[in-house]
Design a protein. Structure first.
Length: 129
């Protein structure tokens, strides 16, 4: 079992941002939060997390055949608009983020930033919603 993250050690993020909207639980991977913090530092503006940890019973995850990255706490979705999308993608490539998804839903647009986990294929991968 992974150790609980010491959220006070993070300048840009709080646990509440990553809690499962279904259960309120938060089991984020510390290595992922460290990577996201490096990206955020260089990004230089707030990152609005629209989805972080999702418990396996979360409706989106429960509908999947296999557990997704969100259930392992190794990814998040970040809201983006306009040029922010390009800037955030450029940093994801710079930091070798292996799994990137781009939502094209207008006002609900987001970037999925994911580290993946052992057994998840394909990785690296980039996709659009």
């Amino acid at each position: 079992m992974q150790e609980k993250i010491k959220w006070d050690d993070y300048k840009y993020f709080e646990e509440r941002e990553f809690r499962c909207s279904h259960t309120g639980m938060c089991h984020m991977d510390e290595g992922f939060i460290n990577l996201l913090s490096k990206i955020r530092e260089e990004y230089g503006r707030p990152m609005i997390i629209t989805s972080g940890y999702r418990h396996p019973t979360h409706p989106i995850e429960a509908s999947k055949t296999n557990r997704g990255e969100h259930t392992y706490g190794v990814c998040c979705d970040v809201a983006v608009r306009g040029e922010d999308c390009y800037d955030l993608l450029a940093l994801c490539f710079k930091y070798n983020v292996p799994r990137i998804g781009v939502s094209q839903k207008g006002e609900g647009r987001f970037i999925h930033i994911g580290m993946g986990y052992k057994g998840l294929f394909p990785s690296p991968a980039i996709w659009s919603y």
